[in-house]
Ligand binder design. Structure first.
Ligand code: F6R
Length: 611
């Protein structure tokens, strides 16, 4: 939610900021702007809309210079228009700030500042920051002191970058809650919400911690803690590859990432099962054996697609490790005041590692002295660092706003971790594990087979261009698949879609069915097969349009369906990994048919860093 970037160096600052902002556009695309200081003069350009709109503005109204900040916005306070676009400035337009997060006490600060004569130009919480700094400067302190004193007045979650006309070649920053990273290249330095914004030019990085603040110059980071003590900085080499950040010939990141899934599964299998010993290799910290053998309860906390993975994870933990598992939406976790008894572990699942609600639930768990294990794709994220241990999802950077490859990576890592726990607790013996792993090893090729038939779903999509409502039904391991299929479709195509457990269907949702409503029935072979057949019959009897996902070779389900798509035979526990792929493709192709932009759906941002 909102991306910020700062640059000092020999290159033209506008081009560096535009590249950085484009790479951060997944964090929000309501408006964008830059502020540049050149020859002691502050220049600000901002525009409603996407980075390409800002780029056009910069062509007609160029800025010049080698130091500046930029912002891409996901609106929290104030409409997404040019007036509310960042960077925001003080009354005299000498200070500019780009901010990610929420300043919770902005109303009271704004009132205080207004009483001192400050005039505000926007409806944003951010604007109090430059005014606060201006107010301190008025009292005669220098800029370092003014920034420090301003930070001490802020409450909330934030990361901001600030430039001031009076200090060429210095960008100030502070972090408390929202991500910020420093990058160092050849004679140039960067600040950004995320590493992709600054590679490959930045070669080394430092992740700014909460309550740290300071400034960058062209050659280094000056870092301070909350008591104004300067800290020494140990830079780490950046290993991220810029190749992972382009579309690789695909029209959209979402499609590229759907097609990357077999490769992601191969990578996870290689990493976790590579030595063929029948054991799962999990990072040392995540596998403290002694304590795990006593583990009796797991609470999983996550949001959105990661929550759907958690619902499958619960079934895995209970099936393979016989550990009683609860699943919470991270935004709800704290409200129920979870009971911390017995040997309980909290598992947090997050692609970005920056979801504010999930972070808040980790703090809640830690306040109750519960140990936290996270499954994260971004291993330098807040969630990875705030957890006692983490498992790397190994999905590679996911840029499309709708999560696809991170989901299947979450499922496989949860499955393997539950099998690992099953081994530690003597629930699964070696042969049972080996049998499961043999099946797991077949998954990437099976997924390839599904993707080879993607054009079938592309054709179907034409029939659903004007559809208003979709229903998704699944049971047991594929109840979460139904929820995920519905979420994917609604977020990228804006068609209303709901997922239900097959058994719940007749308790209300069946009233939705008419001959205009497609019902996606996930009906692979397994324990729930016959029950899903009953669901299909119920829909048929009411003339609903049946789209089925079934096991290859099954003739019954296709004979009852209007549209049917086979997935390779696999055990029911693994079927969520395969069954979700045609649903991701359906969401993508329907969105494209309807002229939607699947990589940047309206109102959404990839990293939800506000609660
Ligand atoms: C949906 C989607 C979101 C995220 C959710 C949690 O396609 O991407 O629902 O799953 O915002 O994000 P993470 O996993 O980053 O915590």
């Amino acid at each position: 939610m909102c991306g910020i970037v700062g640059y000092i160096g020999p290159k033209s600052v506008d081009s560096v900021l535009l590249v950085g902002l484009t790479r951060l556009e997944y964090r929000g695309y309501d408006s964008a702007g830059v502020a540049v200081v050149h020859n002691g003069e502050l220049q600000i350009r901002k525009e409603r809309g996407k980075i390409k709109d800002l780029e056009e503005l910069l062509q007609s109204h160029p800025v010049e210079g080698h130091m500046g900040i930029g912002h891409t916005r996901w609106a929290t306070h104030g409409e997404p228009n040019r007036r509310n676009a960042h960077p925001h400035s003080d009354s005299k337009r000498r200070i500019a700030v780009a901010h990610n997060g929420i300043i919770e006490n902005h109303y009271e600060l704004r009132e205080e500042l207004k009483r001192e004569g400050h005039v505000f130009q926007s409806d944003t919480d951010t604007e109090v920051i430059p005014h606060l700094v201006e107010e301190e400067l008025k009292k005669g302190v220098d800029i370092e002191e003014a920034v420090y004193l301003a930070i001490r007045k802020l409450r909330g979650r934030y990361a901001f970058v600030l430039v001031y006309e009076g200090t060429p070649e210095r960008i100030f920053f502070a972090r408390d809650g929202s991500p910020l990273v420093f990058g160092s290249g050849k004679g140039e330095t960067f600040l950004a919400s995320d590493l992709p914004a600054i590679i490959p030019a930045a070669k080394e990085h430092y992740i700014i911690e909460n309550e740290e603040w300071g400034w960058i110059t062209r050659d280094r980071l000056h870092l301070f803690n909350g008591d104004r003590r300067e800290k020494t900085v140990a830079l780490e080499k950046i290993t991220m590859d810029v190749k992972d950040l382009d579309k690789g010939g695909f029209e959209h990141f979402m499609l590229k990432e759907i097609f990357e899934q077999p490769g992601v599964l191969r990578r996870i299998i290689q990493e976790r099962l590579g030595d063929n010993s029948g054991k799962v290799s999990i990072s040392e910290k995540a596998s403290e054996m002694q304590k795990l053998s006593r583990l009796s309860r797991i609470i999983i906390t996550s949001a959105g697609t990661s929550w759907h993975a958690a619902l499958v994870g619960k079934l895995y933990f209970e099936r393979f490790a016989k550990i009683s598992t609860e699943v919470d939406l991270s935004s709800e976790f704290r409200y129920r005041n979870p009971i911390a008894e017995g040997d309980t572990k909290v598992v947090a699942i997050s692609q970005s590692g920056e979801t504010a609600d999930t972070i808040a639930s980790i703090y809640e768990a830690k306040a109750k002295f519960l140990r936290v294990l996270s499954f994260v794709n971004n291993t330098s994220s807040t969630i990875a660092r705030e957890s006692d241990a983490f498992v790397d999802l190994l999905a590679g950077p996911e840029i499309g706003v709708a999560s696809t490859k991170a989901y299947t990576a979450q499922l496989l890592n949860l499955l393997l971790y539950s099998a690992f726990l099953g081994g530690v607790k003597w629930i699964l013996d070696k042969d049972e594990r080996q049998q499961l792993f043999d099946e797991v090893r077949r998954l990437p090729d099976q997924m390839d087979q599904i993707l080879e038939r993607a054009d079938v779903i592309k054709e179907w999509a034409k029939d659903f261009k004007e559809t208003k409502d979709f229903v998704f039904l699944g049971r047991s391991f594929n109840h979460p698949t139904a929820l995920e299929g519905a979420l994917k479709l609604k977020e990228v195509s804006y068609i209303h879609a709901s997922g239900y457990a097959g058994g719940e269907f007749k308790h209300g949702p069946i009233a939705l069915i008419t001959d205009q409503v497609p019902v996606v029935c996930i009906a692979p072979q397994g324990d729930i097969y016959e029950k899903m057949l009953s669901n299909i019959e119920e829909v048929r009897a009411r003339k609903g349009i049946i789209i089925s996902i079934h096991t290859e070779g099954d003739e019954t389900v296709p004979s009852l369906s209007d549209y049917s798509f086979p997935i390779p035979a696999c055990s029911e526990v693994l079927s969520p990994l395969l069954a979700v792929v045609p649903l991701q493709l359906l969401a993508y192709y329907v969105a494209v048919e309807r002229g939607c932009e699947p990589d940047q759906p309206r109102n959404l941002a990839k990293s939800v860093t506000v609660e």
